[in-house]
Design a protein around this ligand. Structure first.
Ligand code: HEC
Ligand code: HEC
Length: 302
């Protein structure tokens, strides 16, 4: 009896040691990934100063979702607060008290937006630069000019901080990307952006954020990494279960600008049409042309 207990004790001890080693290893790997510095020197952009470009910068800041995550006054918001992962908070982008605007050079901002890196070259948490890497020089310059001329807001958001389990979870999940910088081909220039206009190519450029929730093939389904009580994202191709063709171009523009069409209301807490409504009719028609050009997939068939 005693002998058996002794053996079990040893086995448990070894198992515990293995688990502890694994946990510490994953934690260390998380620390390493978050503190790894990338050396990138982006090209300098010339910022426009005319009023039209500043308004355009604001519009792009809105429809690209920057405002939803950074706040209307660019003052910073809590993006994620979950004990298992930690706190992720967007900085105050203005030059007000507590803002980073006064400390960052234009190059620092380009490095953050296009490459997802802080001024030391370390990866930012959850800042979706995998999309903004593709921004045209003109769009990026307008956004920068808008940020630079924004009225200073006084707010000092706490720094982002992963919890100990957050450092472990970031290595175990494949569905959500904690560090978008790791997925960006930093040494390669992005492909030339399409000319603005009513084309599927320009629509694709405008729709860079849709796959995050609607899936890589845009066929919709449950959104990976999001709470299970969220509604499924719709099928944006013309395959089975899709409403896209039935709505027609006009209906599609309406639903993205007003959140409602033919009695179907989409909830802005889950589907950020309150950002997309800042696209012009022409831009939304280009997005529609892009969706129609996709291979039809059945609902949820990525
Ligand atoms: C999904 C939410 C989200 C969206 C959309 C988003 N950001 Fe961010 N951004 C973040 C988070 C979170 C951080 C802070 C990350 C951290 O603390 O590691 C951040 C950080 C930044 C920084 C600061 C980098 C530094 O120097 O510390 C800049 C500049 C920035 N974002 C600009 C933008 C712009 C411009 C856009 C739109 C083109 C945008 N962001 C869209 C979440 C977002
Ligand atoms: C943050 C996640 C998220 C992003 C990003 C997102 N969507 Fe959605 N979308 C959803 C969810 C969730 C629904 C379902 C909402 C509901 O049922 O209330 C939805 C629904 C829709 C619908 C209605 C579909 C139907 O069949 O009723 C359309 C159209 C749509 N999205 C288009 C887009 C386009 C275009 C983009 C990119 C420009 C986009 N979405 C980006 C989450 C998202």
């Amino acid at each position: 009896m005693n002998k058996h207990l002794k053996w079990w004790g040893r086995i448990l001890g070894v198992l515990f040691g293995l688990v502890l080693t694994l946990v510490l290893g994953l934690y260390g790997l998380g620390q390493f990934r978050l503190n790894r510095a990338y050396t990138i020197t982006p090209d300098l952009l010339e910022l426009p100063e005319d009023r039209g470009s500043l308004l355009e910068g604001q519009r792009i800041f809105r429809y690209r979702g920057c405002e939803a995550c950074h706040g209307e006054d660019l003052q910073g918001l809590v993006y994620l607060d979950n004990p298992a992962i930690g706190q992720v908070i967007t900085p105050n982008l203005t030059a007000g008290t507590g803002g980073i605007g006064g400390e960052r050079s234009d190059l620092d901002l380009v490095r953050a937006i296009r490459h997802g890196l802080d001024p030391d070259g370390k990866p930012l948490l959850f800042m979706p630069s995998t999309e903004f890497y593709y921004l045209s020089e003109r769009d990026l310059a307008a956004v920068l000019a808008y940020i630079r001329t924004k009225q200073p807001a006084d707010n000092l958001p706490a720094p982002s901080q992963l919890s100990p389990t957050g450092f472990i979870i970031m290595n175990l999940t494949r569905e959500i990307t904690f560090l978008p910088a790791e997925l960006i081909p930093h040494d390669t220039l992005p492909p030339a952006p399409p000319e603005p206009g009513l084309s599927a190519e320009y629509g694709e450029y405008l729709a860079l954020s849709c796959p995050v929730c609607h899936g890589l093939g845009l066929s919709g389904g449950e959104i990976p990494g999001f709470p299970p009580e969220w509604p499924a994202a719709g099928n944006l191709t013309t395959g089975s279960g899709s409403r896209i063709s039935a709505w027609g171009e006009e209906g599609f523009v309406d639903i993205l600008q007003e959140g409602e069409k033919h009695g179907r209301a989409i909830h802005p807490d889950y589907m950020p049409w309150t950002s997309y409504r800042y696209m012009t009719d022409l831009e939304l028609r280009a997005v529609y042309a892009y969706l129609l050009s996709l291979e039809p997939r059945d609902f949820g068939q990525h």
